[in-house]
Design a protein around this ligand. Structure first.
Ligand code: GLY
Ligand code: MN
Ligand code: MN
Length: 464
């Protein structure tokens, strides 16, 4: 937890943007695996954490935007809880730790909200993403569950996004720590990979490194020789010679700040020439994005610049043909990189996407494209110092997608479909770093960049 002034200041800035009504911020509850006391890892709601820092289940907070009065709702433990969980601090003491003077039992929350509704006051709430909170909101506010998202407060969403998007120095320190642990996790896998291993063995070791220094992975680990499936969570294959293994994994440290890195490794420790040719295009796109990312530039333009490098590289290999700018405008790159260049990262690995991807990643004057790839760009905004974003270009050969475009004749004038057939089974390559936008440009988060050039990767693999 940060110093209480951090939370007081965040709430003060929130009230500069939301001036009327009642702000309701719900924490998360435990989720049980089967019986009530056998629970999944508890994860607090990130916006609740951001404004209140309290990392315990079954809490909520209300801020009266007109008077500034703040109340934390939650229940003190009883003797039964103490028997199983040990003594716990009182809710009032926890509230005081983050500069909140008032606290009340959780059952009082419904009454407070109902009274505010009777007075005709607006209740500002964020779109709920946990079913427990959907039910709670439905019961307390009388809004049908399927209407809750639409009824969320746009004013509150925009205010929360504006604050959380620009990371404070204390947050950057935490993200650097998360990236350092992410570095250790990836480096371990890079050194340990051996032909004949089952992918899951590496997943287990990586997650062990993550959990020994943090609390959990920041998303389910992706580690697969079938890297052309973008989020492949199957880890049951044996590592065999000649394959590429995409490892996309991140950590979440105790403060809940995240890391997210991807490296693509040759299973036997050495790239083939064919693999190097594609790898170096992705690396050039990754390097370009970091160099191009700076205040005032939109990440949409950086995405398109990276797309241009990818298309030019594929043209040099004879896989596509024609004018590069025309190909980028036509969206040829979507066949090879059907995802966006990156996303915001912070307390969530895909920061705040529960609040609405477009609120988080698009400026008011930007609209989201429909084109394959660009349409999946989650962060398009004009960059500002304090943004933390991922830089994760990739090239994938997805036979089903190639066949679909071929069958439809989509962008057929630009694509050498016959030549692409020799890439079926190649897999995919993604290279992901985490960037902080600074006053002058961008820096890679964490003390050291993970090995990334062909030479660095080959010199690191098979060394332990
Ligand atoms: N969670 C995968 C990624 O965004 O990189
Ligand atoms: Mn990733
Ligand atoms: Mn990512």
């Amino acid at each position: 937890m940060f110093d209480k002034q951090v939370y007081i200041s965040r709430r003060k800035r929130l009230l500069e943007q939301v001036k009327d009504g009642v702000i309701l911020l719900l924490g998360n509850s435990e989720a049980s695996c089967n019986y009530a006391d056998n629970q999944y890892q508890f994860r607090q709601d990130s916006s609740f954490l951001y404004f209140f820092g309290l990392d315990k289940p079954d809490m909520a907070a209300v801020i009266d935007a007109n008077t500034g009065e703040e109340t934390i709702f939650g229940d003190d433990v009883d003797i039964d809880d103490i028997i199983w969980m040990g003594p716990q601090p009182l809710i009032a003491d926890q509230a005081a730790e983050v500069g909140v003077e008032k606290s009340a039992p959780l059952e009082r929350l419904a009454e407070v909200l109902s009274q505010a509704q009777k007075q005709g006051r607006k209740i500002h709430y964020l779109p709920p993403h946990r079913n427990h909170n959907k039910i709670l909101l439905h019961r307390m506010l009388g809004i049908a569950i399927h209407d809750l998202k639409a009824g969320a407060s746009e004013e509150l969403i925009k205010a929360v996004v504006a604050l959380r998007l620009i990371k404070e120095p204390c947050e950057i320190e935490e993200i650097d720590k998360a990236c350092n642990l992410g570095y250790a996790m990836h480096l371990t896998a890079m050194k340990m990979m051996r032909l004949g291993m089952v992918e899951q063995e590496l997943v287990g070791v990586m997650e062990g490194v993550c959990k020994s220094g943090g609390v959990m992975t920041s998303f389910p680990t992706i580690l697969s020789q079938r890297g052309e499936t973008l989020h492949n969570h199957m880890h049951d294959a044996i590592l065999t010679e000649g394959n590429l293994c995409v490892i996309d994994a991140g950590v979440e440290i105790a403060s809940h700040y995240c890391s997210d890195n991807t490296r693509t490794l040759p299973t036997g420790g050495k790239f083939t020439q064919k693999q190097k040719d594609i790898y170096n295009i992705v690396l050039a796109a990754n390097d370009y994005a970091r160099d191009a990312a700076r205040p005032g530039v939109t990440y949409r333009d950086v995405h398109l610049g990276a797309a241009k490098i990818i298309v030019q590289g594929l043209k040099n290999l004879g896989l596509v043909k024609g004018d590069v700018d025309e190909m980028v405008a036509a969206g040829v790159q979507g066949l090879f990189m059907p995802h966006g260049l990156g996303h915001n990262m912070g307390l969530d690995v895909h920061d705040m996407e529960d609040l609405g991807e477009n609120y988080v990643g698009y400026d008011p004057d930007q609209t989201r494209a429909k084109q394959l790839g660009l349409g999946s760009l989650r962060m398009a905004r004009r960059l500002r110092p304090g943004h933390v974003i991922t830089d994760e270009p990739g090239i994938y050969f997805i036979p089903a997608l190639i066949e679909k475009w071929k069958g439809e004749g989509h962008n057929a004038e630009f694509i050498n479909f016959d030549k692409l057939e020799s890439y079926y089974g190649f897999g995919g390559i993604r290279l992901e770093d985490d960037l902080l936008i600074t006053e002058k440009g961008a820096r890679i988060l964490g003390a050291k960049r993970l090995p990334i050039t062909v030479e660095e990767i080959e010199n690191t693999m098979y060394t332990d």
